[in-house]
Structure formats: structure tokens, C-alpha cells
Design a binder for this molecule. Structure first.
Ligand code: HGY
Ligand code: MN
Ligand code: MN
Ligand code: MN
Length: 422
């Protein structure tokens, strides 16, 4: 017998030959020299560099590279039109100053897992595709998973054409500037109909595997989560001459709302984050006319999410009314709870149990959104998580141990072999 995944990790000589080279070539793309975080925003030069890297990796392996109507990249082994394909991949774009692993670990591991299957002499009986889904983080245009949502019909072309970045650049213009034709944006049902299973490997964004002592886990569910924009309108005035009693300062109401959000989240057993703010006119010596705050809220229990958001909005209204501040709240995006299909999830579990000498692989939920979550409404999807020793993500401090990355590659290879090879 070939021995379990664990054995192969211990054989010092064995490393997926290309994992390090891929990682080394990808690492500098879009990394900020000061923060050492990644700024790989959709359709920027950094994103274009990452896309070129993906294409080069695909073509170096003799895979057929294509970019679909929504800007997602695919690298095919076998006939893309045959149907019942097994697909694996993730995303290469990042949040502002994101870490090296969120997204890229899944893409690099997909190529490395293919290399491993070729090393094993695996015979593919189904088409295989590796993917880079575009604009997963939504860092530039404010909506996460744009590439997969468009493909799955969860984002209309009209709504996509309305998306603007912070400088007011419309999404279609940004795509054109990057050489991607935006005129065909929209659902891609025939593409999805040709896929039998999608598996996304991703670094865990949390510490469950660190606490359980496992290098790899399987996703059970993605919590419901959404983004709400709170607009607080007050009255611009001179910071140096306006008496406190005469002010209508929206920054105060915003601050009271952020504090209320933490209280409501603790009460509801949910998560609530105001991570992004914009201020007009944004002058040191000007009382703001408008403060915009974006709330990201998530909870394992859908009812708790409803409760916390309602509580935060009620608190914001109360503070705004008292201060004579105008408030508007817009839900910008919402993703309902995703339960990954049990059949595929259990199949991954039994494949990995076999290759890890019978040791069960932990199954864990997550509050992080993923393309796999979006696609789970259209095709059977599953996720593998790789241990994150600190749990930190969406930060330059995000890390993963090399052996755990290798364990992830071997697990993904075992899964792909189990699903796509005789
Ligand atoms: O925000 C998220 O959960 C994901 O990283 N896009
Ligand atoms: Mn992310
Ligand atoms: Mn991600
Ligand atoms: Mn993702």
C-alpha cells in the first residue's frame, strides 16, 4: 500500500515538487512593501499579475486555460464539454492588507494536488478543472464573490454594472481596462451543468483545527452573513467655532452605534464588525456632514443574526433621533446559511479516513464566506480546511505551517483521486 498521507509527509524527501516554486513566484505579487499585506483588488494590476501567474501554471501543465464570461479562470484537464467534471480551486484576490494564504493556498494546492496525482500515475475518468474565481473578497467594489455569484445567477448583470469602487470607477470599466469583456456578464448554467463536484481547499479562518490538533478538516456549513451600510447625516460646520450645543455631529452617532453593535452582538451570541468607514468632507477641522459605516454581521444561528442586526439598527435610530441625525440603513449583501451537501461531505470524510489510517477528519462550521458557499446552491460543493495555528486571517499575520500545507495538498489529492480517478 502507498501508505497514509501522514506517512508520506514524514518522508523528508517527499514534497510536492512545485508547491514551493509556485508559492515563491506568487508571493511577491500585490504585496505592499510597508504592511507586507496583500492588495490584490479585482481588475487592478496586482490582480492581472495573479491571473497571469495562474495562466502560466496552467499552461506549464498542459491544461487548457480559459476565462469565462464573468472573469473566472479555469484550467482544464480532459474535455471541458464532457460533463460531470470535478473542479477544485479558490481565489487569488485579497482584502486590503490580507494574508498570503486566504485564497492562494487553495489555488496553489490545486495545482500541487494535480502534480501529486500525476506523480502517482492516477488515471482520470472525469474531466478535472482548476479555478481562480474572480473578486471573491469584494475589497474594491464592496460585494463579495462577484465572479461566482454572477456565474450562479445570484448577482444580476444589471446590479453588477452598478457596482462602483471607492474612486467611482464602474465594475465594467475596470474589467475592460484589465482586458476582460464585461458585455456577457451573467449566469452560466451550461457551465455549471457540466460540473459534478466542486471542492475548495482554504486555510481555516479560526482555530478549531489548532484546538483539535488536526492538520486538515472538512466544512459542514457556512454561517449566514451580510453587509449593511449605515449612513449618518448631520451638519457640516467649523470645528473651531461651533459650540458643542449647536452641533449635529454624525460621528458621535456613528460611535454610539459601534459601541451598541458590540453590546448587541454579545447579547445575541453573534458577530458584528464595523470595519470600514467613510467620512465627508473628511477634514480634520470640519465637523462631518456624512459618516458612512459598513456593518459585517454573522451568526451560526440565523435567528441570532436577525436579532443582532435589528438591535443595532434600533440603537442607531434611537441615537440618531436624539441627536437630530438623519439615518439610512441599506442591506448591501446577504448570504443565507450554507449546509454543504452531506453526501459529498461524507464521501470526502471516508476518502480521507482511508488515507489517514482510519483517523476521522474533523467537520467544522465557519463564519467565513467562500465561492464554494455561493456555488453550493447550484452544484455539489465541499470544502477542506487547512490548520491555521493562530486563527488569524484577513491580516498580514495570517500563517500556516509547511507540513500542514503539505497535508492539505495530499488530502486534496486523495479527494480528487477518489472523485475523479479510477
Ligand atoms: O468575508 C468573508 O467571509 C470572505 O473572506 N470573503
Ligand atoms: Mn477572505
Ligand atoms: Mn477566502
Ligand atoms: Mn473563497
Amino acid at each position: 500500500a502507498r501508505g497514509s498521507a501522514a506517512d508520506r509527509i514524514d518522508t523528508v524527501a517527499y514534497r510536492p515538487p512545485s508547491f514551493h516554486e509556485m508559492w515563491r513566484d506568487l508571493a511577491p505579487l500585490g504585496r505592499d512593501a510597508d504592511s507586507h499585506g496583500y492588495r490584490r483588488y479585482a481588475w487592478t494590476a496586482a490582480d492581472t499579475d495573479c491571473r497571469a501567474w495562474f495562466r502560466a501554471q496552467a499552461e506549464a501543465r498542459g491544461l487548457v486555460h480559459e476565462v469565462d464570461r464573468n472573469g473566472n479562470q479555469w484550467a482544464w484537464l480532459g474535455d471541458p464539454l464532457a460533463g460531470d467534471a470535478v473542479v477544485t480551486g479558490s481565489h487569488l484576490d485579497s482584502v486590503p492588507d490580507g494574508g498570503a494564504f486566504d485564497g492562494p493556498l487553495g489555488v496553489v494546492s490545486s495545482f500541487a494536488a494535480l502534480d501529486e496525482l500525476r506523480r502517482r500515475g492516477a488515471r482520470f475518468t472525469r474531466p478535472l478543472a482548476l479555478t481562480n474565481f474572480g473578486d471573491e473578497e469584494g475589497a474594491r467594489f464592496g460585494l463579495a464573490c462577484v465572479g461566482s455569484r454572477l456565474t450562479a445567477g445570484q448577482l444580476t448583470p444589471e446590479r453588477a454594472h452598478e457596482l462602483r469602487d471607492g474612486a467611482g470607477v464602474p465594475l465594467p470599466k475596470a474589467m475592460e481596462a484589465a482586458g476582460q469583456d464585461p458585455s456577457e456578464l451573467g449566469p452560466d448554467r451550461e457551465r455549471l451543468a457540466r460540473i459534478g463536484a466542486f471542492v475548495e481547499l482554504h486555510i481555516e479562518q479560526g482555530r478549531a483545527l489548532d484546538l483539535s490538533g488536526d492538520p486538515v478538516g472538512i466544512a459542514s456549513a457556512i454561517w449566514p452573513h451580510g453587509r449593511w451600510r449605515f449612513d449618518f447625516r448631520g451638519e457640516a460646520n467649523h470645528a473651531g467655532t461651533t459650540r458643542l450645543a449647536d452641533r449635529r455631529d454624525p460621528m458621535l452617532t456613528y460611535a454610539e452605534t459601534v459601541l451598541a453593535a458590540r453590546r448587541e452582538a454579545e447579547l445575541a451570541g453573534a458577530l458584528a464588525t464595523f470595519g470600514k468607514i467613510s467620512v465627508e468632507p473628511n477634514g480634520v477641522n470640519a465637523i462631518p456632514s456624512l459618516v458612512r459605516g459598513w456593518l459585517d454581521s454573522r451568526a451560526s444561528d440565523p435567528a441570532a443574526l436577525d436579532t443582532v442586526v435589528a438591535g443595532i439598527e434600533a440603537a442607531a435610530r434611537e441615537h440618531a433621533d436624539r441627536a437630530g441625525i438623519e439615518l439610512s440603513v441599506v442591506r448591501e449583501s446577504f448570504t443565507p446559511v450554507v449546509e454543504f451537501e452531506h453526501a459529498l461531505r461524507d464521501e470526502l470524510g471516508s476518502i480521507l479516513r482511508r488515507s489517514s489510517g482510519g483517523r476521522p477528519v474533523p467537520v467544522l462550521g465557519t463564519g467565513a464566506g467562500h465561492d464554494a458557499g455561493i456555488l453550493s446552491g447550484s452544484i455539489p460543493t465541499a470544502m477542506l480546511f487547512v490548520r491555521n495555528p493562530t486563527g488569524v486571517s484577513h491580516s498580514p499575520a495570517e500563517s500556516a505551517a509547511e507540513d500542514d500545507c503539505v497535508a492539505g495538498v495530499l488530502a486534496l489529492a486523495d479527494v480528487l483521486e477518489g472523485l475523479a480517478c479510477s
